[in-house]
Design a binder for this molecule. Structure first.
Ligand SMILES: Nc1nc2c(ncn2[C@@H]2O[C@H](COP(=O)(O)OP(=O)(O)OP(=O)(O)O)[C@@H](O)[C@H]2O)c(=O)[nH]1
Length: 266
């Protein structure tokens, strides 16, 4: 995986291997997923992103004095959850983002939380999710109150924050680190919750256990995926490569390093 953004690895010591955490950012188009991801990784707010691109970034973080190898998948669903298995089977924790100035995006975040709850029920595991009301700087155009956000989060038992990708970095960083803490707690609680890795690129067909039965008709699993997910057999044998979503595969012609419009990534 290309180490795209973020901080370099901390000093070349003989420390123990960092904790590995996969974090998926979910939400309707325009909620600010890319802006928050870029803010976290670069401390910068960049206003224009290609909405069709999706990729996974890695960053070396230190959370509560512990080194963490964090991977962030900035997803690019259309208006509803699609081909969800690419992140459901990959992430240890989820950030579900809506925009405080958009009721539609708030309703979209509710669908994502329902999807996660259903996934947890089906796999009999719990997946930490944080609900984020983004664009707090646009509070004068609010369509969603803070109380509504808190109530939705409460309904699904997740943490809730209001943030802005164009205000202070520390607040955004705090939220991402909270997601790492949640994931770490869950991983520690369940030592069987081993990370997934991509073994090879190969077409696989999935049945659709999460579809209409639960009213999630738009979340179709009966699609062509480019990645075959397997449980990690042992750390030493695992080969990790960049996750490529089916949507990214079909839409993306540009190489990974030109992911963000007008933004050079080294
Ligand atoms: N004012 C303000 N604008 C924001 C903020 N976050 C994102 N935006 C703007 O909202 C628009 C959508 O942001 P994106 O980060 O592309 O949203 P996204 O959720 O990644 O959307 P897709 O890529 O379409 O899935 C862009 O014009 C951003 O500049 C924010 O916190 N405040």
């Amino acid at each position: 995986m290309a180490s795209v953004f973020g901080k370099p690895r901390a000093g070349g010591g003989s420390q123990s291997a960092p904790l590995e955490v996969n974090l998926a950012i979910l939400g309707r188009r325009g909620a600010g997923k890319s802006a928050l991801t870029v803010k976290f990784l670069t401390r910068r707010f960049i206003s224009e992103y290609d909405p069709n691109l999706e990729d996974t970034y890695s960053s070396e973080e230190t959370v509560d004095h512990q080194p963490v190898h964090l991977r962030v998948m900035d997803t690019a669903d259309l208006d509803t959850p699609r081909n969800c298995e690419r992140y459901l089977n990959w992430a240890h924790a989820f950030l579900v983002v809506y925009s405080v100035d958009s009721r539609k995006s708030f309703e979209g975040s509710s669908s994502y939380l329902e999807l996660l709850a259903l996934h947890a029920k089906e796999t009999q595991r719990s997946f930490p999710a944080l609900l984020l009301g983004n664009k707090l700087d646009m509070a004068q155009y609010r369509q969603v109150t803070q109380a509504e956000g808190a109530a939705l989060a409460g309904r699904f038992g997740c943490l809730f924050f209001e943030v802005s990708a164009c205000l202070d970095f520390e607040h955004v960083q705090h939220v991402f680190h909270e997601a790492v803490r949640e994931a770490r707690r869950e991983l520690e609680k369940n030592s069987l919750a081993r990370p997934l890795f991509i073994s090879e690129e190969r077409a696989v067909h999935h049945q659709a256990p999460l579809t209409a039965r639960h009213g999630l008709a738009s979340c179709t699993f009966n699609t062509l995926s480019t990645a075959s997910l397997k449980e990690m057999p042992a750390v030493a044998q695992a080969k990790l490569v960049t996750v490529k979503s089916s949507r990214a595969q079909s839409k993306r012609k540009a190489p990974t390093l030109t992911l963000l419009k007008g933004f050079k990534i080294f």
